[in-house]
Design a binder for this molecule. Sequence first.
Ligand code: ADP
Length: 592
Amino acid sequence: MLLVVLTWSLLALGVGVLAYRQGENSIEEQARQRLVELSSKLEIELDKYRTLPKVLTLHPTLGLALTNADASSLEAANKLLSRYNQYLSSDVVYLVDTRGITLASSNWQSPESFVGSDYRFRPYFQQALGGVAGSYFALGTVSGRRGYYFSYPVLQNEEVTGVLVIKVALSALEDSWLGDPFDFLLTDIHGVVFYSSYPGWNYQTLAALAPQVETQLLAQKQYGSGPIATLTKSSHMQKLLDEPGLRLEKDGRQVAFLQVHKDMSPVGWRLFALAPVSLIHQYVIWSLLLYSLLFVLVYLISFSWRRTVDARKQLAAINERLEHRVEERTAELSQSNEQLKEIIDKYRQTELTLKRTQNELIQAGKLAMLGEMAASINHELNQPLAAMRIYTETLQMLAKRGETRAVSDNADEILKLNKMMAKIIGQYKLFARKSAGKTGPVSVAETLSASLAILDSKIQKMGIHIEPQGLTETLQVMADAVPLEQVIINLLNNALQAVSDHPTPQIGLRVEVQDQQVVLLVEDNGPGFADDELDKVFEPFYTTKGQGLGLGLTISKRIVESFNGQIHAENRTRGGARFVVSLNRHMTEESL
Ligand code: ADP
């Protein structure tokens, strides 16, 4: 801030000096212009009176008045002069005889009439009497009003018989300087002010007068009869003219002026234009104010510009930091993305391996189950095999006897047995095959009957009757036929084992249709589960059987879940276990 104030002060000093010079020049220039205007105006007015009235002296009325000087010729002259005065817009026009006495005057009827006045002492009278036109500035002795006097000799037979005088007020100047910021003054050959814009300076001299000049002026009563005061302390007019400044008393105080002057054509006249120095001060003050305003403006603009630049810099820095961080974060993210991809890949591979393992497990479970059922398969096939042997032996005997008809009947029976065996083997073959691994519509009725068929001999052996409840032929679920069969067989097999020791074993197989779901329920009247067992039965390798693997339910659960279904175990209220399998129903046109 101190620097700003210091800069402002230094510049203000420079501006002040420059403004002063500039103001001085411009005001001086203005004053000179005004001077030219005023002087030319004055010249024009003076010229009017210098040339024109010469013609007027030729009028015979004037000559008559001068020679006769009787009442009638003087009256005629008075009237003529009155007309002249009006025509010339002058103050007074009057006729003086060779003695210097006024014979006729335009103001002959007014109380201030010049008629009878003696103007012998006036230089203009003397000049005209000498035969040349004269001019002179003086205060009127009668009116006391200042005026410019033009005199012309009245010639009769080439002899001066009188003098025609025109007194002019020089009002053209007064009109011009009214309201002007400058002061003006007109001085005579001696430097006496006889006409000025400030009346207080009139009839005083600018530089001290030589004593003989003053005496002469007093004798001529040019500026009244009093002594002529000096307006400045200067004693040499030329010295005063060489100075650019001038100090004069105005309205009771000393005022400093800048002066310019111009010589006028009446010999020795000088017109001064005085510009108050305060005008320059005003100019300087205005310039300083304008400069200060500009300074503040420039300061504010540069300040706000600096702030904008700073803000931009900060913003750029923040941006850079941000970009850097974004880059870092992007790098981190892409790295973690890569890691994630790797993890996903590994996960997929693991999933694939798991699925493969699961499929293998399912297959293994199935084969284990078949192995477990080997005894009953053996039993199932042994029966028809024994029958076939008997039929074949009978057939050989009948053939020997030639009983063709009986041979044929026997062969039919053998064929029937053969078909039966093929059917039994076919079921196991079907069950043993690997699943295609695709989920699609599967008939519930067909699955249940295939499952029951595989366990048929075991069921019959135990003397149990299993009749599926709530089954409709068209009912279908979204599953894969072989694995679903494996689940049902596993549940039924477990149930068969659970009721093996029961005196009246019972196994129920129920189908419930619930809107979009098909629920299969396998229940028995075996021992059911202990409380803590319900959570464990689906865990791998959990078994309560001496030769069990503990994988049957684990595999079943996986299979059901692969169909987007659910399986859970519960205890029946009246004793025994219940397995509930929920599967998604496949909506066929019939089922809808
Ligand atoms: P495993 O039959 O080889 O033991 P599972 O996974 O099929 O393997 O069965 C696990 C265990 O669940 C069985 O050992 C048995 O204790 C129990 N369990 C299964 N089904 C029944 C049932 N219907 N009643 C009582 N307990 C059962």
